[in-house]
Design a protein around this ligand. Structure first.
Ligand code: TLP
Length: 352
């Protein structure tokens, strides 16, 4: 299948909308959403809140915006959020909470399973002292992208909630791919969200919508989040054309994520067989395969990426994390085969 003949494994963000989404977008009823008059956006927000077990939802442009708004609403200037040192918010969101909200980001090491040691989290909570910022929030991520797309269990969320309650903190979840986590564990997403005050999940990744994420929380939180979204320039007008794709994403695209997980395993198991690469199979739990060149391989990563590109296969390469290949709706079994063949040909032979 691929997208325009290309096997694009760089991310699940590259997914085009499905034919059903394009149809729904074409037919969407719209209105001015800043006036609260877009019926399709309202429907998506209600559906999302219901799925998350929260009072209300807010449709936002991106996962980055959803996380930023959640932090801005829950932390004031000079206040602090504790988060993983490999979290997306810490690594890849332009330090926006600090730059735009005066919020201090306090990283605690992520362990390979995506968790943070809760003793370290507790030690990072600031005592009441005139020198310190005030700790307000703990931010979690599930699935955990930079830890390999791994799944954190509800039990960990329960323990974080307990700690947060003891210390008077709130909890935010960057749930960009939280449906992937729920599918793997065969639990309802509410098994995670019941322990957090706010959650952002993305429609535009494995769920294939072209644009958008939804932030969910209490009515009061969402009222403030709506103001923050407006302040950031994220008040959209006839956004129903986008929300319509989001509704299809929630209705039709969640259960099939299991297929992406199966194909990621198939890809990883194939890579293990090719001399020249290493992959830790225990970290391949959802739709991501992080892997690398074995020691002694002649090629460097950029050469490999270039050779794959010549064969119509795209993957990501990171200076500190090797390669990443992500499966999604537009990748079928044949595409996985094509990627494996290209990978085998991209590495000539180990150094003598
Ligand atoms: N992640 C992207 C890149 O930014 C790395 C990707 O290709 O995986 N939280 C998590 C866990 C994410 O992985 C991402 C996107 C976001 C938030 C941000 O979502 P967007 O791109 O919608 O702002």
């Amino acid at each position: 299948m691929g997208i325009n003949g290309i096997v694009d494994l760089r991310s699940d963000t590259v997914t085009h909308p499905t034919p059903r989404m394009r149809e729904a977008m074409y037919r969407a009823e719209v209105g001015d959403d800043v006036f609260g008059e877009d019926p399709t956006v309202r429907r998506l927000e209600e559906m999302a809140a219901e799925r998350m077990g929260k009072e209300a939802g807010l449709f936002v442009v991106s996962g980055t915006m959803g996380n930023l708004i959640s932090l801005l609403v829950q932390c004031g200037r000079g206040e602090e959020v504790i988060l993983g040192d490999r979290s997306h918010i810490f690594l890849y969101e332009c330090a926006a909470p600090s730059a735009l909200g005066g919020i201090s980001l306090r990283p605690v090491p992520n362990l390979p399973d995506g968790t943070m040691d809760l003793e370290e989290v507790e030690a990072a909570v600031r005592p009441d002292n005139v020198h310190f910022p005030r700790t307000r929030l703990i931010a979690l991520e599930n699935t955990h992208n930079r830890c390999g797309g791994v799944v954190l269990p509800p039990e960990y969320f329960r323990r974080v909630r307990e700690l947060a309650d003891r210390c008077g903190l709130q909890v935010h979840l960057d749930g960009a791919r939280m449906f992937n986590a729920a599918i793997v564990l065969r639990v309802d997403v509410r098994e995670f969200t019941r322990y957090v005050d706010s959650v952002t999940f993305c429609l535009s990744k494995g769920l294939c919508a072209p644009v958008g994420s939804v932030v969910c929380g209490s009515e009061e939180f969402i009222r403030e989040a709506r103001r923050a979204r407006k302040a950031l320039g994220g008040g959209m007008r006839q956004a129903g054309v986008l929300a319509a794709a989001g509704i299809v994403a929630l209705e039709e695209m969640v259960d099939r994520l299991a297929e992406d997980h199966r194909r990621a395993k198939m890809l990883a198991e194939g890579i293990v067989e090719i001399p020249g690469y290493t992959v830790d199979l225990s970290q391949v739990q959802t739709n991501m395969v992080y892997f690398d060149l074995s020691e002694g391989t002649r090629e460097d990563r950029l050469e490999v990426v270039g050779r794959l590109r010549e064969r119509g296969v795209l993957i990501g390469a990171y200076p500190d994390a090797g390669f990443r290949a992500v499966t999604h709706y537009w990748i079928d079994d044949r595409d996985v085969g094509r990627a494996l063949e290209a990978l085998a040909r991209a590495v000539i032979s180990p150094k003598e």
